[in-house]
Design a protein around this ligand. Structure first.
Ligand SMILES: CCC/C=C/C(=O)SCCNC(=O)CCNC(=O)[C@H](O)C(C)(C)COP(=O)([O-])OP(=O)([O-])OC[C@H]1O[C@@H](n2cnc3c(N)ncnc32)[C@H](O)[C@@H]1OP(=O)([O-])[O-]
Ligand SMILES: NC(=O)C1=CN([C@@H]2O[C@H](COP(=O)(O)OP(=O)(O)OC[C@H]3O[C@@H](n4cnc5c(N)ncnc54)[C@H](OP(=O)(O)O)[C@@H]3O)[C@@H](O)[C@H]2O)C=CC1
Length: 289
């Protein structure tokens, strides 16, 4: 358990902070005293997240709708955030993925994943880093990556590529910006059953991605995990709070996996090798459903 007030006075921007793991981190950071800036494309989702955080923690929460694929919009978001006070931490959490047979990806489909996941996180990092360097302030960049950075991952190749590139960014900036007091760290989650990940990784619902409650489809995924379960978002949030805090002041350029040890056995996608054309047709038909 982290100490009360660990993040008091810290201003933390979380991209994709209105849902899933981003919201879980926002919740924990607020409980530890942080002021939050939440971004994402959907203003109404951000507003609902802010209302919940204010009700639960009396937190200070600024919401800034932004599409991180748009570099100019990202710059405007950082201007708006900085107008209310300098940020101390950037969490690169926004991302997109879907399962697909790689040879069927169109260029637009590949870009739909690389745009937010790779370019968006880079745009945000440049905006935060530049401001910290110009003002001589310390900062922390935490990027939410994936164990695919260690294993690769069949059927989500653009995502695995983007996350691996961001791991390279984390390690490179640790050296380049570390001397100016800017730490770069990363988390590699294994399976955490958020609504976004469920839709993205198993559009047929329940076969490839384990649900929070063990069911028929979840059983195999549970069995593949050495600890016999999927992750709980508050567990990831606890790790994130530690990594962005001064308790982790000497951790720089490092990625921590949080997956119960699963990637040491499997990337989690091997079940999909058994899928036939009908399964893939069902997956494509399940898009957005
Ligand atoms: C790996 C494990 C670790 C990572 C976990 C997570 O990230 S969990 C977090 C997960 N959370 C999220 O992902 C949340 C964010 N997700 C999103 O914003 C959206 O789901 C999206 C951007 C990924 C797709 O949006 P959209 O459907 O509105 O896309 P669009 O209309 O902009 O089309 C662009 C192109 O993409 C094509 N295409 C699209 N889907 C598929 C598919 N299934 N199959 C094939 N292709 C597909 C589409 O046909 C078009 O190409 P075309 O036909 O013109 O050549
Ligand atoms: N859950 C899991 O099992 C795993 C998750 N991860 C990573 O964890 C992170 C969070 O995922 P999770 O919470 O599960 O899924 P979510 O789908 O809930 O999170 C994605 C968030 O990113 C935002 N987002 C997507 N595209 C954009 C964009 N173009 N501009 C701005 N914001 C955008 C979404 O908001 P909006 O749609 O409103 O823009 C949403 O809040 C991601 O980086 C994901 O890759 C990694 C491995 C496993």
């Amino acid at each position: 358990m982290l100490q009360d007030g660990l993040l008091r006075g810290r201003r933390i921007l979380i991209t994709g902070g209105g849902t899933g793991l981003g919201l879980a981190m926002a919740d924990r950071f607020a409980a530890l005293g942080a002021q939050l800036v939440l971004s994402g494309r959907r203003a109404e989702v951000l507003a609902a997240a802010r209302d919940g955080l204010v009700a639960r923690h009396g937190a200070s929460v600024q919401t800034l709708p932004c599409d991180v694929r748009d570099a100019a919009a990202v710059e405007a978001m950082f201007d708006a955030a900085w107008q209310q006070g300098p940020l101390d931490v950037l969490v690169n959490n926004a991302a997109a993925t879907f399962i697909a047979q790689t040879e069927r990806l169109s260029a637009r489909a590949a870009d739909a994943i690389l745009g937010p996941t790779l370019h968006g996180a880079l745009y945000c990092t440049l905006q935060a880093g530049r401001r910290w360097l110009d003002s001589g302030r310390p900062g922390v960049v935490l990027s939410i990556l994936s164990t695919s950075t260690r294993t690769g991952r069949a059927f989500t190749v653009p995502s695995a590529m983007a996350k691996s590139a961001l791991l390279a960014m984390t390690r490179s900036l640790a050296v380049e910006w570390g001397p100016q007091g800017i730490r770069s760290v990363a988390i590699a989650p294994g399976p955490f059953p958020t609504a976004g990940a469920g839709q993205a990784l198993d559009p047929t619902a329940g076969r490839a991605f384990a649900d929070a409650a063990p069911g028929a489809g979840a059983a195999a995924a549970y069995a593949a995990n050495p600890l016999g379960r999927v992750g709980r978002p508050p567990e990831l949030a606890e790790l994130a709070a530690f990594l962005v805090s001064d308790s982790a002041a000497y951790i720089n350029g490092e990625m921590v996996a949080i997956d119960g040890g699963q990637h040491l056995r499997t990337s989690g996608a091997e079940d999909l090798l058994a899928w036939g054309p009908d399964d893939w047709a069902r997956a494509r038909a399940g898009r957005g459903g």
